[in-house]
Write a protein that binds this ligand. Structure first.
Ligand code: NDP
Length: 299
């Protein structure tokens, strides 16, 4: 499958479109049973990047046929008022997926807010119950970015069993949950972070290399073992305003067997998995098996 001109492109945009189409079909089947998935997104303050993300989530969910509520609150909202808003949405039967856009303005404790979200509505998969479910193999909701990483691998037929998966970055949002998902697929997982000694050498040993760091082009081309698969989760804005990943794409694609681009890789997959999680949460609430409404299996 490897092209002589470089790595195979793992097209997150096209794959995400396929996922969105499937979620929309699932939403139609749910509608036949009187269930309309509902997503609430709470945005506090006026962070421009957060506003863009929330608009995109709103648009995606509308296109999928969901009920969408965007709740905008001023930056000076108090902790208790924000917690009360979360409680209100927890109790709202029309809402199946609830997320509070992070980061929150200074002075608000995001950990405490996240802990308030009902686990069955926690479509970002960040509550302690969902973290526990991921670690113990229970039924929960998986964070969208790592779920998107696994989904893109699955759809390109890239198996993880027995492979050495090296993940650079150990955040609760990406690195740690992805490690659990890869372990569940019987990969050998190596976690790297800012204190890792000789990061380049660790990366060179990867069969599947994931960069989720937030440092533009940190991973150099010669850190990629010939034939490796590279997932670039990073989203950084370059000085020219363009988005760049955590991997030197041009360098890495000379060595890799397959690679996700930025933009058009894991970003669109993350958005698509939010829709998937919301529809899944709606089906579960109604006691409908996902397999009864899904047209394709989801990781
Ligand atoms: P965090 O800042 O929470 O975590 C970054 C991780 O990278 C930390 O574990 C940190 O190590 C590690 N790190 C930082 N610098 C280095 C370095 N020089 N060498 C090795 N490791 C390093 O980031 P997130 O996980 O939230 O996001 C990571 C990237 O992914 C960002 O670019 C973000 O924009 C992007 N992102 C993209 C998404 C998408 O949809 N595609 C969704 C979410 C995030 P330590 O723990 O030691 O501090």
């Amino acid at each position: 499958m490897t092209e002589t001109t470089g790595a195979r492109l793992l097209d997150g945009k096209a794959t995400a479109q396929a996922v969105r189409t499937e979620v929309r079909a699932a939403a139609e089947r749910l509608a036949e049973r009187g269930v309309r998935p509902g997503l609430a997104v709470v945005l506090v303050g006026e962070d421009p990047a957060s506003e863009v993300y929330v608009r995109m989530k709103d648009k995606d969910a509308n296109e999928a046929g969901f009920l969408v509520r965007t709740i905008k609150l001023p930056a000076e909202t108090s902790q208790s008022d924000l917690e009360a808003e979360v409680e209100r949405l927890n109790a709202d039967d029309d809402i199946h997926g609830l997320l509070v856009q992070l980061p929150l303005p200074k002075g608000l404790d995001s950990d405490r807010i996240v802990r308030r979200i009902a686990p069955e509505k926690d479509v970002d998969g960040l509550t302690p119950d969902n973290v526990a479910a991921l670690v113990t193999g229970g039924e929960g909701l998986v964070p969208c970015t790592p779920a998107g990483c696994i989904e893109v691998l699955d759809r390109y037929g890239i198996e993880l069993e027995g492979k050495r998966v090296v993940i650079v970055g150990r955040s609760m949002l990406v690195g740690k949950p992805l490690a659990q998902l890869a372990l569940a697929r019987n990969a050998t997982v190596v976690m790297c972070h800012s204190r890792t000694r000789d990061l380049a050498e660790e990366c060179r040993r990867a069969d599947v290399l994931v960069a989720a760091v937030g440092v533009p082009r940190l991973v150099k081309g010669d850190w990629v073992r010939p034939g490796a698969v590279v997932l670039d989760v990073g989203i950084n804005r370059g000085e020219d305003g363009k988005l760049v990943g955590d991997v030197d794409y041009e360098g890495a694609r000379q060595h890799a067997d397959a690679i996700t681009p930025v933009p058009g890789g894991i970003g669109p997959m993350t958005r698509a998995m939010l829709l998937h999680n919301t529809a899944l949460a709606a089906a579960r609430k109604a006691g409908i098996a996902w397999s009864d409404v899904a047209t394709a299996p989801m990781g």
